[in-house]
Design a protein around this ligand. Sequence first.
Ligand SMILES: [Zn+2]
Length: 111
Amino acid sequence: MTWGKRQLLLGDDSTLEGTIYLIHFDKSYSGRSHYLGWVETRYLARRLAKHLDGTGSEILASLKKAGIGWKVVQTWDNKTQIDERRMKACNNTKRICPICQQAEQRLSPAE
Ligand SMILES: [Zn+2]
């Protein structure tokens, strides 16, 4: 399993528990519509303030320049960076995003 290898590469911090947060973009940008991040829980507010400022991550800085809004739609506490990577690897942010879920429920499925 590649999972164990990845875990080793992450170093000691990977077992530290923190908060995973999911950001939903008002409009998709470069084919992306979500941002999933991890931060130590005590730094969450500070990290989000940085994102608002456009200094916390490249993609959110680009959104700011493009005038696209975003919001934090979900947070999960007591999560490690391993959990974050696992969630990213699943590539199912739409499924865990409450806004996208609601939108999907409103549009009746074609199948
Ligand atoms: Zn969404």
